[in-house]
Design a protein around this ligand. Structure first.
Ligand code: SF4
Ligand code: SF4
Ligand code: FES
Length: 889
């Protein structure tokens, strides 16, 4: 610890830390641009100047940049000295010389760090009267707008995009005071985390193009704490609504999960909520609209007799539990593909009883050696890839520390990173987006990846079973990987459901179990936002539902398109045999089309629910705005026959029914929670136009809708202070209108939220499992036969986000990927198409060919999750034939 004096007051702070975050954590309003808590210090903008006095006698002091100055015991400083204030004021005036001062038409206006800092520095009058330098803006794709004239050359964008996220196509061009941040030519920004530029750029150069299309000021958006619905990681989000339309999604800080960043699927995939494909009215099978009361009655009547309930990994625990309660445990089926269900059950068993910690994303970033098995995480769990990329830097941090250089100094760490990288090994079916950060890669079928894993485990601990007949190269690689993992203090093994292989999951457990380090960790990716929660709840398999359907006659399907879970002919037969099918969902689907009773379900933005992420963390998402009548939360449709249970009562009942879920009641406070007797407002205190917005209905402002289910109100009135940081719908502090106000809500800059991060962990490492020893045989290509490997894609494999137009625009056409030797044997080249016939039958599918040299021969890579590829099952054998005629687009 160190004692420092700032403007005459003494403080106890951490020695060696950068002075800027220390000042911010102490509550000082000190201006800055180039520093970012996740990016470290580079001292580029000169905006954080303070006076450092040499000794007690020193009256003059000298200007230092706080972000580049380490805290030392006995330091005497001034933020308020006139010389420092003047420097900061003049510096910002210079940075603003070429700025267009177009705040009224800038979409950053009102939540702009540059506006905040300009005001904070005291630069309030524009004196420059000369010509301004102007730039041409670029088209950067459907996600991001570009307005380069607003740039103040802080370099944050390129540091985030290139250094932090590994992007290659955003650069700085030019020299001296004429620099340009953009692509070398117009074109789509390729990196999967490009949306973070909107929040990282302190001014309005990069703005959210999807928000632009229906823009509202920050203070006019109604919001509530929410959780991303588009993969199993559970990133925290702040969706914003105006006029009953979801307008945007931005990051909501969670120190343990997503920190400051989201992936582009999570940020730009919200458009399905406003989609014309929404189911907005209850309907009977003949497409007749019926009243909500009649629909509710019909559902209750069906549930009064024996009915089968099909749950969903994209529905909340409460909705699944309500369905399970209504149909009874023996009639509840999870609604997952059978293999997926058994993989998830294996994962739950390992996480709960395997004795190895499942890390948060923050802990992933701290890993000092990583082995990824069978996943291209950028596509299966995108935000995890960003964390894994940071883990590679740990060796450089250690090296920098050993040289007595502060690890928050970005440049020396980047320099050390050239020669010092924490090892990341990737064993995958084909090339992945993280390969550039990897120490070594291995390509193989899921069986071969599992065999490599078993070999690594055996090398680490001879008690672990050993695969027979491993080739020399794979054996040497296994030894090298085992060596690195053995030496690590915080080794991490990553696997998941994307490889659809039990052997890969079991081998990953063996590796983690064999690791000598006390802080070894094992993380599994799971496909959907509540996959793990549903698996923890447990239930019967979909195939069993197909078998017993004739005895039931009625089927209630919750937020699930079964055609994504099982072959079409099986689902057709099931729905036909069912006779009466009720579907509760938010979007039209092939399954919904077959419903005799269709009930409109609220999306994540319109109702409440609890989700469990891949780490085992239960998190609550709150209704952002009232669902349009007669849309209701699925849990509300289903609990109508349960004495209309409140949401809290349903959560409690669910927690009581499942010991593994007991703690979900602590994921967030219930409806009774108040601050000083008041609920928490979803609308900011500057929310405008409330009367005018509804003047076409009534010139007297109608009463605000009442929310009996949560601690929030649909209003700007309510608790104004002392709201727990994790529950703050809007991050805002006096003088801090941008998202960087989050500094004021953390227990240390870049640390945890004050009062604790959001959510509660349901699983802690305990017990130990025996070695898994079902080692598969090596994959051997069979002549004229291919093994199907489904490959997820960040923009295209997830059901809901794919219905968002900007995301759909980035979604690649489904492809058949072939090794060059296989392609030449078939006499096809890129752009040709092939007819794919599966051994299990079903229709022939024609897909365009893409040549993928990294894909082993004998494997056929197919884009997962697309309607065109739904009939394929992982590892199915298939035959291929060159298709004649036109290539499907
Ligand atoms: S574009 Fe934004 S982030 Fe990039 S240098 Fe300019 S002001 Fe900084
Ligand atoms: S990583 Fe997953 S949870 Fe996080 S923002 Fe992306 S899609 Fe959402
Ligand atoms: S924030 Fe310190 S120099 Fe930029």
């Amino acid at each position: 610890m160190a004692t420092i004096e700032i403007d005459g007051v003494q403080y106890q702070v951490e020695a060696g830390e950068s002075l800027l975050p220390v000042c911010l954590a102490l509550g000082f309003d000190l201006t800055y641009f180039c520093w970012h808590p996740a990016l470290g210090s580079v001292g580029a903008c000169r905006q954080c100047a303070v006076i450092h006095y040499h000794d007690p006698e020193d009256q003059k002091g000298r200007l230092v940049m706080a972000c580049m100055t380490p805290v030392a015991d006995g330091m005497r400083l001034s933020i308020e000295a006139e010389q420092a204030r003047e420097f900061r004021r003049d510096n910002i005036e210079l940075l603003m010389i070429n700025h267009p001062h177009d705040c009224p038409v800038c979409e950053e206006g009102g939540e702009c760090h540059l506006q905040d800092m300009t005001l904070m520095s005291g630069h309030t009058t524009r004196r420059y009267r000369g010509r301004k330098r102007t730039h041409k803006n670029q088209y950067l794709g459907p996600f991001i707008n570009h307005e380069m004239n607003r740039c103040i050359a802080c370099y944050r964008c390129v540091r985030f995009y290139g250094d932090y996220a590994g992007g290659k196509d955003l650069q700085v061009f030019g020299m001296h005071n004429n620099v340009y941040f953009g692509r070398f030519e117009d074109g789509v920004l390729e990196n999967e985390f490009s949306g973070n530029l909107v929040e990282v750029c302190p001014t309005g150069v990069f703005t959210d193009r999807t928000f632009s299309a229906h823009y509202a000021r920050k203070w006019d958006l109604q919001t509530a704490p929410s959780v991303c619905a588009h993969c199993g990681l559970g990133c925290n989000t702040a969706p914003g609504e105006r006029y009953g339309e979801l307008r945007r999604v931005i990051n909501r800080y969670n120190g343990e999960v997503n920190g400051y960043f989201l992936c582009d699927r999570g940020r730009f995939g919200y458009g399905f909520v406003n989609s014309p494909d929404r189911i907005l009215k209850p309907r009977m099978h003949d497409r007749m609209d019926i009243t909500p009361e009649a629909a509710q009655q019909q559902l209750c009547d069906w549930l009064a007799d024996r009915a089968i309930g099909i749950g969903s990994p994209r529905a909340s625990l409460e909705a699944n539990f309500a369905l399970r309660s209504r149909v009874g445990e023996e009639n509840f089926f999870l609604g997952l593909g059978d293999n997926e269900q058994s993989l998830l059950e294996a994962i739950v068993e390992i996480l709960r009883h395997g004795g190895i910690r499942s890390p948060s994303l923050r802990e992933v970033e701290q890993a000092d050696a990583v082995l990824i098995m069978g996943e291209d995480v950028t596509h299966s769990a995108p935000r995890l890839a960003l964390s894994l990329r940071q883990s590679v830097r740990n060796a450089a941090f250690d090296r920098t520390r050993s040289l007595n250089i502060a690890p928050w100094l970005d440049k020396p760490v980047r320099e050390q990173q050239i020669d010092h990288r924490s090892p990341l090994f990737i064993a995958s079916v084909c090339a992945t987006r993280l390969d550039d950060a990897a120490a070594d890669t291995y390509r193989g079928s899921p069986e071969d990846i599992a065999r490599l894993g078993f070999a690594i485990a055996h090398d680490l601990d001879p008690g672990a079973p050993e695969p027979a007949g491993l080739n020399d190269d794979a054996r040497a690689l296994a030894v090298a990987i085992a060596d690195c993992l053995r030496q690590a203090r915080r080794p991490l093994v990553v696997a998941g459901t994307a490889s659809a292989s039990h052997a890969v999951i079991e081998a990953a457990y063996n590796v983690a179990k064999a690791l000598p380090a006390k802080d070894r960790q094992l993380t599994f990716t799971v496909p959907e936002c509540n996959s793990l929660g549903l698996a923890m709840m447990g239930g019967r398999r979909l195939r069993q539902a197909f078998e017993v359907v004739r005895d039931a006659g009625r089927v209630i399907i919750l937020e699930n398109d079964l055609y994504r879970r099982a072959p079409a002919w099986e689902v057709d037969a099931f729905l036909q045999a069912a006779g009466r099918v009720a579907v509760i969902d938010c979007l039209s689907s092939k399954t919904a089309e077959k419903a005799a009773l269709l009930l409109p379900a609220a999306t994540f933005a319109e109702t409440d629910g609890t989700l469990v992420n891949n780490e085992g963390r239960a998190q609550r998402y709150f209704q952002v705005y009232p669902a349009p009548e007669p849309v209701r939360g699925s849990w509300q449709w289903l609990s109508a026959g349960m004495d209309n249970l409140s949401f809290d009562a349903l959560t409690v009942a669910c927690a009581e029914a499942f010991p593994a879920l007991t703690a979900i009641t602590q994921a967030a406070p219930g409806a009774g929670f108040t601050v000083d007797g008041m609920k928490i407002p979803r609308q900011p205190h500057r929310y405008s136009g409330r009367t005018a917005m509804e003047a076409h209905i009534n010139v007297s402002e109608p009463q605000r809708p009442v929310d009996p289910e949560t601690p929030f109100t649909f209003s700007m009135e309510g608790a104004a202070a002392d709201v727990p940081a994790a529950l703050e719908p809007i991050i805002w502090a006096p003088g801090w209108n941008s998202n960087q106000a989050v500094n004021k809500f953390q227990d240390g800059i870049g640390g945890h939220l004050r009062g604790g991060d959001y959510g509660i962990r349901l699983i802690e490492a305990s017990g130990a499992l025996d070695w898994f020893n079902a080692i598969p045989d090596a994959f051997k290509p069979v002549k004229s036969q291919w093994r199907i490997i489904l490959l997820p894609h960040i923009f295209g494999s997830e059901e809901l986000s794919l219905r968002s137009p900007p995301l759909a625009e980035r979604s690649p056409s489904p492809l058949a990927m072939l090794n060059p030797s296989d392609a030449s044997a078939l006499a096809v080249q890129a752009g040709d198409s092939v007819e794919i016939s599966c051994f299990s039958g079903g229709p022939i599918v024609v897909l365009p060919v893409s040549i993928e040299p990294s894909l082993p021969a004998g494997l056929l890579g197919i884009t997962a999750g697309r309607q065109e590829t739904q009939r394929f099952r992982q590892s199915e054998p298939a035959t291929l034939k060159k298709a004649l005629g036109e290539v499907p687009s």
